[in-house]
Write a protein that binds this ligand. Structure first.
Ligand SMILES: [Cu+2]
Length: 402
């Protein structure tokens, strides 16, 4: 609402300014009977000062924006590499602001200084090698520096030595419109998976006959231990998705038919992040807005909103369909002990399949949902997929999630 008012005030101000210049013109009617459409010295003078007016507008709006909205930035990164990403971002911002501040002043000042004057002709010259050399080399050197630093940061963040580093492998499985996670278990190797094995509770198509799949655990809420590097392996069932974990400065596309990866080490537990000053301020601000909205809702006889508490999130950052906006999964960063306890309580996928098989089959004619129905499954023979046309084993091999 306030922003709308600000925009209205700005529009009205410019209309007033325009009207003033018209009145100013009218007062000149008697003194100057020049009604020609060609700009005279007076017109050029007005245009020259308007350039300064526009310059002031750009700067005032930029400074206003920085003060008004800078609290919306993400704040302290929650991953070990996060500071590097923020540093790169800050350097880029400083460069952009400096260059913009200098070039805009020059552009508008020269437009004013060399405004049209009667009997003055602009000097024409075709080129100036020295000048062109300077304005080509300086940006080239600065950009090359920025790109090299970016590449250095990228390789630093993306390079994972799976054999030497103590990494925990977790799969993120994307589908319209939800996320599912799979822990690789004690062996830190994910069992093979293929879309053809999707059946009943095995919604990720894990090859249950694969020895590496025996200790895999599938969950719908992601828990991570603080201080350990997590290597995420991403897959997508249908379209292009993007696993985006803003607080950890992590993002990677999830592409159907291939496995992509991203690794990071969480450095603050959810509880620690909630305790941070900037986060408490943020949460207080959100809850202030919620309280206002709740009062409106209650006045209308509707239920009030719940107060907000901070949680890390895994979001989808590719517009992947109608419910894309709601494709998210809560991430909880625990202490290593709490994480161990939480994971130990979760059943393995094999156990889940066995439980589903033991449950009585739904009565004939009962409405059974395709992905949640507990269909009986032979865990020992799941590798043998019943292809509709042939009795032979399925021609496609399970994809090793490496
Ligand atoms: Cu998506």
């Amino acid at each position: 609402m306030t922003s709308l008012l600000v925009i209205i005030v700005l529009v009205l101000l410019s209309v007033a300014l325009w009207q003033l210049t018209k009145i100013f013109d009218l007062t000149q009617v008697g003194a100057n009977a020049d009604n020609s459409q060609v700009a005279n010295d007076n017109d050029n003078y007005v245009q020259g000062y308007l350039m300064f007016g526009f310059l002031t507008f750009i700067y005032v709006f930029t400074i206003f924006g920085l003060f008004k909205w800078s609290h919306l930035i993400l704040g302290t990164p929650a991953s070990a590499h996060g500071a590097q990403v923020d540093n790169l971002m800050n350097i880029t911002w400083v460069l952009i602001f400096t260059v913009q501040a200098i070039t805009q002043v020059l552009l508008h000042y020269f437009a004013f200084k060399y405004r049209g004057k009667k009997d003055q002709k602009a000097l024409y010259f075709a080129d100036n090698d020295k000048l062109e050399f300077v304005w080509s080399v300086i940006p080239a050197v600065v950009l090359a520096g920025l790109i090299l630093y970016g590449l250095y940061a990228w390789t630093n963040i993306m390079f994972v030595n799976e054999k030497e580093e103590d990494v925990m492998v977790v799969e993120l499985y994307a589908q319209q419109f939800k996320w599912t996670a799979r822990y690789s278990g004690e062996d830190d190797v994910l069992g093979k998976a293929n879309v053809r094995y999707i059946e009943g509770v095995n919604t990720l198509g894990v090859d249950l006959a694969d020895p590496n799949a025996q200790d895999d655990k599938v969950v719908s809420e992601l828990h991570l231990p603080k201080g350990r590097k997590i290597l995420f392996k991403m897959r997508s069932q249908d379209v292009l998705h993007s696993a985006y974990m803003p607080h950890f400065r992590a993002q990677m596309n999830c592409v159907p038919g291939m496995v992509t990866q991203f690794a990071f080490e969480p450095i603050y537990t959810t509880a620690e992040m909630r305790e941070m000053d900037f986060m408490q301020e943020k949460v207080a601000k959100i809850n202030e807005l919620r309280a206002k909205k709740s009062a409106e809702l209650v006045a209308k006889g509707e239920t009030a909103l719940d107060p907000y508490t901070f949680d890390y999130l895994l979001l989808c950052n590719k517009i992947c369909g109608a419910s894309h906006y709601n494709m998210q999964m809560k991430i909880v960063v625990d202490t290593p002990e709490d994480f161990k306890k939480w994971l130990a309580e979760k059943p393995t996928l094999i156990e889940e399949v066995k439980t589903a098989n033991a449950a009585p089959a739904p009565a004939e004619g009962a409405p059974a949902s395709k992905d949640t129905a507990a269909k009986p499954m032979d865990t020992a023979k799941t590798a043998k997929v019943s292809a509709p046309a042939a009795a032979k084993p399925a021609p496609t091999k399970a994809v090793a999630v490496k």
